[in-house]
Design a protein around this ligand. Structure first.
Ligand SMILES: Nc1ncnc2c1ncn2[C@@H]1O[C@H](COP(=O)(O)OP(=O)(O)O)[C@@H](O)[C@H]1O
Ligand SMILES: [Mg+2]
Ligand SMILES: [Zn+2]
Length: 297
């Protein structure tokens, strides 16, 4: 019997190596169907084993950077319980307009637009329906009605963790082109990375790579890096699972200040270590689009 839903337990139990060998996997589409995102060329998931690791920050700066490189970019905040993307772009009081094609994402620049489940919420409270069993149906309907138009990249900030909610949303959106797994040095223990990789295996999303965030502090006087929690964890986890490390990002006060004051898009960069390393994350996503072009698609 094939399973309709995959659950948190499946994520904890499954061994990714075993699962890979099986012809028939437990992975499945959502029983309530999937969201149609036909005009989107590359759907990229940003996920993490837990909250507070910088997932939204990375999603927001990645979307901004790709837009500044000239791509048509959408940023979808699907974190129902901690939607933070609108605030990072100073859009928290915006209500998206609705036209004949559907819900219009809120523009940040000419080629960057944002949609957040937060735009649906009145104040900080959820409509009652969103707590009940109809929640996923309501989310699906909302996501289905967003008119993204043609996009080179849709960056999706998933709810944190590997529980039922991120699973349901990942199943609803489906057909991701890849995922970036965000960790911090404290969170980079093998069990946490394994959970994320099992999660991605179950929803059939390829891992693009790991980003270790807030991995250290760059000394402002000499430029040396102070590894506050000791280094090496992320490389070990990555090599154990045969995946790559896209970046080990230091703590960069400017990055959080801009984000916290709604000025993410106006961050210019200052050729800091953070900028240099983050550009590697952007490059690895940009490559997906260039590969698609070379395939003639
Ligand atoms: N590399 C970084 N340097 C400095 N502050 C950061 C960095 N990454 C994230 N932050 C800050 O840490 C906090 C949590 O980040 P956030 O992206 O909201 O995490 P998540 O989405 O995983 O819950 C935010 O205040 C953010 O500005
Ligand atoms: Mg977040
Ligand atoms: Zn120093």
């Amino acid at each position: 019997m094939s399973k309709e839903f995959i659950s948190t337990e499946d994520v904890a139990k499954t061994n990714p190596n075993e699962a890979k060998g099986k012809e028939e996997k437990t992975k499945s589409k959502s029983p309530i169907g999937t969201v149609n995102l036909d005009g989107v060329k590359n759907k990229i998931m940003i996920m993490s084993g837990k909250g507070g690791v910088g997932k939204s920050t990375i999603a927001a700066y990645l979307a901004s950077s790709l837009a500044k490189r000239g791509y048509r970019v959408g940023l979808l905040d699907s974190d129902i319980h901690g939607p933070s993307i609108p605030k990072m772009f100073g859009l928290e009081n915006k209500k998206p307009e609705v036209d004949e094609k559907g819900i219009v994402p809120v523009p940040v620049s000419e080629n960057l637009k944002v949609m957040s489940i937060a735009f649906l919420l009145e104040g900080e409270d959820f409509p009652v329906i969103w707590r009940g069993p109809a929640k996923m149906g309501a989310i699906k309907q909302f996501l289905q009605e967003v008119s993204w138009g043609v996009l080179d990249f849709l960056i999706i900030d998933l709810p944190p963790g590997t529980g039922d909610e991120p699973l349901s949303i990942a199943q609803l959106i489906s057909d991701f082109d890849g995922a970036i797994v965000v960790t911090t040095p404290q969170d980079v223990a093998l069990t946490s990375v394994r959970k994320s990789i099992n999660f991605l295996d179950l929803v059939d999303v390829p891992v693009i790579g790991l980003v270790e965030n807030m991995s250290g502090v760059i000394c402002p006087s000499c430029g040396d890096e102070i590894e506050v929690f000791g280094g090496g964890g992320v490389e070990k986890a990555a090599s154990d699972f045969g995946i790559s490390v896209l970046a080990e990002l230091p703590i960069e006060p400017q990055v959080s200040q801009k984000a916290d004051t709604g000025a993410t898009y106006s961050y210019e960069g200052n050729e800091s270590e953070w900028d240099r390393r983050f550009s590697n994350v952007v490059d690895s996503i940009e490559k997906l689009e260039n590969n698609t072009k070379n395939d003639g698609n």
